[in-house]
Ligand binder design. Structure first.
Ligand code: ARG
Ligand code: ZN
Length: 424
């Protein structure tokens, strides 16, 4: 018989994407027509929209490759659209935003884990940190932490969760809060901030009274990296990667946008895409992605009081719905508790967060994890937080801003949790 030798396709490691000469432009439109034109430009030149305009008279943030710059600027000019430069050279900023920490004092808390939170970490380092915290916390008399791998990513990375809770018996059963980060790969401040919260809750290095109160009332479940495959890829290859790393059948383009893939009101035509090459590709169907399924299974029927998913950027405190301009019946409760959060952020460091329903203050996008948590998993207080900044650095938030961003998140979260508790 004939022996067929199967051709071995050697997968050369894909080269690291570079962004030399890529600019991020802020583009101002006035009319619906302006934004329709902008959408055409996006498709024509493959612009990476870092920020989509939410209404007329709002601006877009678009990353433009150097080979298209002249054409894009010409077109914008002939369309009479205002334009200014937000980031002059993305590659330079990628370089400086991870190097500027060298000048910073190390962000290590006395009495804490010894881990430096003023830097961005790879996935494995984040998992190691969680193991360390769980071991430490279990030695302490008042706080305990348990680890659980709630599932595995498409490429086999573990989706690891830490539960932090007080061992002091208050006589009443604890309520439960779930916090996740890293659904979108390039939003590095998100896993960093969830990791920071883990440190704060487990060690409370600043002896913050509100943290003791929090743990007397709630068990906190945290998962810093929901999309580890995408997160790693954004470190090793393509800094601006957003989706997971699933192979799409019938397409050479990789990845699904997990925040368009959740099963409640899933609809690619509503702020997502049926095109696997788009950054907002919704997947082949509701919860087609394993990372989505893991979160869906974990939250369903688990009785969480709050679900908070951390993203960046734009400084928003968002509640459902993301699929419609309509508001949930109990919107007043969600708004009031969120208001406590954004007020505390402003008191802490003067930074303003915009509070509102995601469709109304941002844009409609169906299939988000927040809508799923509220609409299907029965979690009353469901929020998407978009952390710093406003576009000066966008996804490339310098390491020197990690701690300030985390501190104001802590202040906002604690005030929110307190307000939520007092509503019940
Ligand atoms: N920036 C986030 C995204 O585009 C916002 C999500 C808000 N929630 C929603 N269900 N649309 O995915
Ligand atoms: Zn995001």
């Amino acid at each position: 018989s004939v022996v067929f030798l199967l051709p071995v396709v050697l997968c050369a490691p894909s080269p690291q994407d570079r962004y030399d000469g890529h600019k991020v432009l802020e583009i101002f439109g006035k009319t619906e027509e302006d934004f329709r034109k902008l959408l055409e430009l996006q498709l024509q030149f493959g612009l990476d929209m870092w920020k989509t305009p939410k209404h007329v008279n709002d601006s877009a943030h678009a990353m433009v490759a150097p080979e298209h710059l002249t054409n894009v600027l010409e077109q914008l000019n002939s369309l009479n659209l205002g334009v200014s430069t937000l980031i002059d050279d993305v590659q330079q900023l990628i370089h400086s935003s991870t190097k500027d920490n060298k000048k910073q004092a190390r962000a290590i808390f006395p009495g804490g884990s010894g881990h430096d939170h003023g830097r961005y970490y790879r996935h494995q380092a984040i998992l190691d940190f969680m193991t360390l915290v769980a071991n430490d916390a279990n030695k302490s008399p008042n706080v305990a932490a348990t680890l659980e791998t709630i599932g595995t990513s498409g490429q086999g990375r573990s989706l690891k969760l830490i539960k932090i809770f007080s061992t002091v018996n208050t006589g009443t059963p604890k309520r439960k809060i779930f916090i996740d980060g890293g659904i979108h790969a390039r939003e590095w401040i998100s896993p960093a901030s969830v990791k920071y919260l883990i440190e704060q809750f487990a060690y409370n290095p600043g002896n913050i009274a509100d943290i003791y109160t929090l743990l007397a009332r709630y068990e906190i479940y945290l998962i810093p990296v929901m999309n580890p495959d995408g997160y790693e890829f954004s470190h090793t290859n393509t800094r601006m990667w957003r989706k997971n790393r699933r192979t799409n059948t019938g397409s050479t383009c990789i990845g699904v946008d997990l925040n368009r893939n959740f099963p409640y009101q899933w609809n690619p035509a509503n702020g997502g895409s049926t095109n696997p090459c788009q950054d907002t590709y919704s997947g082949t169907g509701p919860a087609s992605e394993v990372e989505t399924q893991v979160l869906v299974n974990y939250l369903t029927g688990a009785g969480f009081d709050a679900y908070i998913t951390i993203h960046s950027y734009g400084q928003y405190w968002l509640y459902p719905w993301g699929f419609t301009t309509a508001l949930p019946a109990d919107v007043a409760d969600l708004h009031a508790a969120g208001q406590a959060g954004v007020d505390a952020i402003q008191d802490y460091g003067r930074l303003r967060y915009t509070l509102g329903s995601s469709t109304n203050v941002l844009y409609a996008a169906a299939g988000g994890s927040d809508d799923f948590a509220k609409g299907m998993a029965g979690v009353k207080y469901s929020y998407t937080l978009e952390l710093r900044d406003n576009g000066r650095y966008g996804f490339l938030l310098p390491e020197s801003e990690i701690i300030p961003a985390c501190e104001e998140l802590r202040a906002g979260f604690l005030a929110f949790a307190n307000a939520m508790y007092n509503q019940q």
